[in-house]
Design a protein around this ligand. Sequence first.
Ligand SMILES: Nc1nc2c(c(=O)[nH]1)N[C@H]1C(S)=C(S)[C@@H](COP(=O)(O)O)O[C@H]1N2
Ligand SMILES: [Mo]
Length: 261
Amino acid sequence: MSKPQSSGPNRSRRRLLSGMAALGAGSLLAGCDRIADNASVKRALGSVEQLTYKAQRLIASRQALAQEFDKSQIAPVFRPNGTTDPQEDYYRAWVENDFADWRLTIDGLVEQPATLSLAELGEMPSRTQITRHDCVEGWSCIGQWTGVPLADLLDRVRPLDQARFVVFHCADHTYGGSDLYYESLDMVEAYHPQTILAYGLNDAALPVANGAPLRLRAERQLGYKQAKYVMRVELVDSFRNLHGGKGGYWEDRGYNWWAGI
Ligand SMILES: Nc1nc2c(c(=O)[nH]1)N[C@H]1C(S)=C(S)[C@@H](COP(=O)(O)O)O[C@H]1N2
Ligand SMILES: [Mo]
């Protein structure tokens, strides 16, 4: 478990959050339009024409929204799991400074790589969603997440046509091992309107235990896909040069890459 964060420096993160609440949730339809702009999505959708009705239904279900819940259903404490208090020196230094020196890098197969501070992320349109997290270990938890739609960030960096996957590089060496946690999504899941990089949980700054300052929420996917402590988002055309080559920390240890629910 992490130490509770001090209230002083945390105030700026709370301000960032309440500012964003005023902007309200992003447009779902905008997400759907943009998804069709990506070449690998176009290829997938184009080839649908040759597929059976059943397969079309399968692809259509990938556009569907995960269930969203009522505020009254939010768990009082969002149960933390996996890494809950990264001990890496660089991470401890970010915490000391309330993440003022932290930056998110977005690079790889993009036209315009970007480096963004938490404040800059906070200035972008946000989306808030109350969803249920399902861990393969057999527990679930409902929480309210606020963050930047990944689709908006992708629009900003403009993925190249070869880009097929979005990889999330995390700050933590899971269970003190030598491998950094990482995860990945395909382009359809990446542009899904409920896929966000969250900086807020239950109307407060994201706690360290749940992935501060930024974690992925891909609400149609199981818990291990929800990368915490995200530092870098990389667009790739394959997983071959990443760690064990299976597209994720747990995937490299035998879990399925596709973790849709
Ligand atoms: N960086 C990082 N992300 C991670 C993990 C982790 O150990 N490190 N654990 C995963 C697992 S198995 C789950 S169930 C969720 C837990 O998220 P929570 O701590 O907010 O409950 O984070 C996922 N993302
Ligand atoms: Mo999990």
